[in-house]
Design a protein. Sequence first.
Length: 163
Amino acid sequence: MSFFENIDIGFWDIFLTIILLYLIYIMFIRKEPEIPMPKVIPPLKKQDLTLEELKKYNGKDDEHICFAILGKILDVSKSPNFYGPGGPYGNLCGHDATRALATMDTKNVKDEYDDISDLTDGEKEIAKDWLDKLSMKYPTVGRLLADGEEPNDYGDEVSKVEF
């Protein structure tokens, strides 16, 4: 009489064997897919910029993505899917975004320095709310300079979030 003649294999034996093999596979054999680390972009040096200088920080010409709101330049590089090229707010990068955010129209940006004196008080308040929210999340690079304004000297200070 052989050993295998006395073994009775049923449905539950096969089912439990499959479950056991699957658990062994999960615990010891399967490799988790590697999650790519997001690219870390070094902070910008704190500096005041003219609109022409700001235009290069559009996510295409430079890896940094910046825009200005109410005269403050913010580095939004850590959200490239949102503010970078092709993103829902991609039109704002490299521009003064005050008018666009105040009027809630992302296409409403100008290529020259934007005098916002024609905005209503309500629109200015909306722009201020945007600045308050964004300043808590993104580093402030410096000020947006109008024609004839002199930049501040920040030394070697880097941009940081200002509360």
